[in-house]
Design a protein around this ligand. Structure first.
Ligand SMILES: Nc1ncnc2c1ncn2[C@@H]1O[C@H](COP(=O)(O)OP(=O)(O)O)[C@@H](O)[C@H]1O
Ligand SMILES: [Mg+2]
Length: 260
């Protein structure tokens, strides 16, 4: 599945002191697909995400998004280029409402600078209204109920907090969305709804999705391609049926999980 990749990583490694967290990984993400990375804890999955989004700088290798080299780009630049993400540990502003959290995500695209915000000219107030309205639309889209939208983020259920994070990521109007363990802490029903939602993101917004996920029901149900990491290396890649049948995968990951 190498047709028209939206992102390519070529021989990327990350070394922390003496620890090789990601080892010489070459990887691409086909456009408008849902691609999943799986692997045991500590396999280097989040570190790999952090390099794709500029939080960590790759020790070696090259990363390109839509043909542009982003290997050394800052996170805000990568967001502006069209890549958004959520975090394994939810990172919402707990003293802000759901709507305000999403407005932060839109801020990257707002035209008014600090001066405009302080003076609150009519134009700025209009833009703020527009941004708030758009935040509400995004929260509707991800399925956060109206009565929850003005609640403080910290008062929302875990599932809703995850949804707010996705809405905030969508607010930057990405073409590539990275989700780090999006169903963690969700019950099976919430996970199923999120799976359906990812398919809508792909089909209705034309997004490409890369996720890290542990729930095998979600992984096997929604992924068009699965890449398996173990000890920082890519050990397998393919469609769900192929990966599921791979002996190395069964040993490194699936076997362990079944035994647990
Ligand atoms: N900032 C860091 N400094 C040092 N070691 C790190 C850092 N981030 C991750 N690691 C190490 O890199 C390895 C891979 O971690 P991680 O990417 O979080 O794995 P995964 O997401 O697959 O569970 C682990 O051994 C982890 O301790
Ligand atoms: Mg992780």
């Amino acid at each position: 599945m190498t047709e028209d990749p939206i992102l390519t990583a070529t021989r990327v490694s990350k070394i922390f002191g003496g620890l090789v967290a990601v080892n010489d990984v070459t990887f691409d993400i086909p456009r408008r697909r849902i691609v999943t990375i799986i692997g045991p804890n500590g396999a280097g999955k989040t570190t790999f995400f952090n390099m794709l989004t500029g939080l960590y700088r790759a020790s070696t290798g090259r990363i390109a998004f839509e043909g542009r080299d982003i290997t050394r780009a800052r996170p805000d630049r990568i967001t502006k280029a069209g890549v958004a993400r959520t975090f394994q540990n939810i990172r919402l502003f707990s003293t802000m409402t759901a709507v305000e959290n999403v407005m932060v995500g839109e801020h990257a695209r707002m035209k008014a600078g600090i001066v405009g915000s302080v003076l609150r000219t009519p134009w700025v107030r209009r833009e703020e209204r527009r941004v708030r309205e758009r935040a509400r639309e995004l929260l509707d889209f991800v399925g956060v109920r109206k009565d929850q939208q003005e609640q403080l983020a910290s008062n929302l259920s875990y599932g809703d907090q995850r949804r707010v994070e996705i809405a905030r990521a969508l607010a930057s109007e990405p073409r590539l969305l990275l989700l780090d363990e999006p169903t963690a802490g969700m019950n099976p029903n919430e996970s199923l709804r999120l799976t359906e939602f990812m398919i809508r993101l792909r089909d209705e917004l034309g997004l490409t999705i890369l996720m890290i996920e542990h729930d095998m029901k979600v992984v096997m149900g929604v992924s068009e391609r699965i890449t398996v990491f173990d000890h920082g290396e890519k050990i397998a890649e393919g469609d769900p049926a192929t990966v599921r049948a791979n002996p190395r995968v069964i040993e490194a990951y699936l076997g362990k999980q079944e035994a647990a």
